[in-house]
Design a protein around this ligand. Structure first.
Ligand SMILES: [Zn+2]
Length: 145
């Protein structure tokens, strides 16, 4: 499927985000690696009478990121879709209690009112800076990783 995949500044926090544009079918996905913001536009159905496609649009504000990294190098990003709570922190901490998990590398960062707060772990610098700075520092494009 034809698509354009680029890096961009997150519309919410300004950090590095991925923008995937399936321009031929009008679908688009934006995901931020820093604050968890995401935007999705997908085809819902095709209306024969109107001869056009109807889309579903969803924008989800980011409240932070939990990144789980396994010893085998695979990682999963969990965007926080609501403000961080003690309960959520406990849930994410619970996920570290697994032998497959590389605990030192996992982290939880919250985002609220424009402020990032690290709750545990070390967040790599590239996910804590503005996209302009990210480019200036010469970090590789995430899409190529
Ligand atoms: Zn963001």
């Amino acid at each position: 499927m034809a698509s354009i995949l680029i890096n961009r500044a997150c519309p919410q926090c300004g950090g590095i985000a991925i923008d995937e544009d399936y321009y031929k079918i009008g679908e688009r996905y934006i995901y931020c690696y820093c604050c968890g913001y995401h935007y999705i536009r997908e085809q819902l159905y095709y209306d024969n009478k109107e001869n056009r496609v109807h889309y579903k649009e969803e924008e989800c504000l980011g409240f932070g990121i939990f990144r789980l990294i396994n010893k085998n190098g695979t990682s999963t990003i969990y965007p926080l879709e609501s403000p961080i709570t003690d309960e959520l922190i406990a849930v994410y901490k619970g996920k570290l209690e697994n032998n497959e998990v590389n605990r030192e590398k996992c982290y939880l960062i919250s985002y609220c009112d424009g402020v990032f707060t690290t709750l545990f772990g070390d967040v790599p610098e590239k996910y804590r800076i503005h996209y302009e700075e990210y480019k200036k520092k010469g970090y590789p494009d995430i899409v190529n990783l």
